[in-house]
Design a protein around this ligand. Structure first.
Ligand SMILES: NC(=O)c1ccc[n+]([C@@H]2O[C@H](COP(=O)([O-])OP(=O)(O)OC[C@H]3O[C@@H](n4cnc5c(N)ncnc54)[C@H](O)[C@@H]3O)[C@@H](O)[C@H]2O)c1
Length: 271
């Protein structure tokens, strides 16, 4: 264990993961934050998967308290914040990792109820987070919020439904909320940034995508590798976790309002 987050208490949302052979972004971030000294409150609606993450954190000598909850429910945010303050006496970092795409696809196929649910979970949840988290951070005159967005927010594709329209809209809203929260809270010493992952080799990105297109995992993964400019193809959840570690740490003390692509150059590409 090293100490880039020594003494910190962090909330991580979506700390379980979609089943699959690779590690997910939320779980990898929990392990990296704990390794660097942070004590954790994990939130996920999937208790079993979150408990696996908590067990892995404890195996490497860290501390993780779990809150089963839904980020689109205000009371669950209040519970998570209260749990963090009661357990650790402070709240330094909120890493908002949950992202879904319910019934998503092209604009002509998405049902309005699915749109509303996805928008609420991916971006409306930021309002609930703000109400629960900001009073504590403002009182402490410090804090870091990192939202996990996507390069889908800023780039598109000619193929219908890729990226799916609601997901794209929700991540664009997340980016907008990130910038506004950053500016509104800068005077309190609170930093708010977003990470925009590109193509990452996670169960959410690959296993679910392969299933949606009726392809086997290896074939779908190979297609994704080819789309990334940087040698090596897709990133991994550790790349997202390491970017999150930097943003959460004191090394990023002058960085706020940033929408950071972590994408092997994909969002810089034309054609
Ligand atoms: N993998 C990629 O290629 C890629 C690319 C761009 C962005 N992202 C983003 O990365 C983030 C997720 O990465 P991951 O690998 O951890 O995903 P994951 O699906 O493996 O894990 C997400 C966790 O969130 C939980 N969850 C879902 N809805 C919830 C809710 N309403 N309340 C509480 N918990 C909920 C799930 O139970 C799951 O355990 C998302 O925001 C996603 O949009 C991923």
């Amino acid at each position: 264990m090293t100490d880039r987050l020594e003494g910190y208490a962090a909330i991580i949302t979506g700390a379980g993961q979609t089943p699959g052979q690779m590690i997910g972004n939320g779980r990898a971030t929990a392990l990296v934050f704990a390794r660097e000294g942070a004590k954790l409150v994990l939130i996920d609606r999937d208790l079993d998967s979150m408990l696996v993450t908590a067990g892995l954190v404890e195996e490497q000598g860290g501390t993780a308290v779990t809150v089963q909850g839904d980020v689109s429910v205000a009371d669950d945010w209040s519970t998570a914040v209260a749990t963090c303050v009661e357990s650790f006496g402070r709240l330094d970092v909120v890493h908002h990792n949950v992202g879904v795409a319910i019934g998503d696809g092209s604009a002509t196929s998405v049902e309005p109820d699915d749109w509303a649910r996805t928008m609420m979970i991916n971006s409306g949840s930021i309002l609930l987070m703000a109400r629960a988290v900001l009073p504590v951070m403002r009182a402490a005159e410090r804090g870091v919020i990192t939202n996990i967005s996507s390069i889908a927010a800023i780039a598109g594709n000619p193929s219908p439904g890729n990226p799916p329209i609601t997901y794209k809209m929700s991540k664009a809203a997340m980016n907008a909320a990130t910038q506004q929260l950053a500016l509104e809270n800068a005077r309190y010493g609170i930093r708010v940034n977003a990470i925009m992952p590109g193509l990452i080799d996670t169960p959410l990105g690959v296993d679910l995508g392969a299933a949606a297109y009726g392809l086997d995992r290896e074939e779908y993964a190979a297609r994704r590798h080819q789309r990334v400019p940087l040698k090596g193809g897709m990133g991994t959840a550790w790349d997202i976790a390491n970017a999150a570690l930097f943003l959460a740490s004191e090394e990023a003390r002058f960085i706020t309002g940033v929408l950071l692509p972590v994408d092997g150059g994909q969002s810089a590409r034309i054609g």
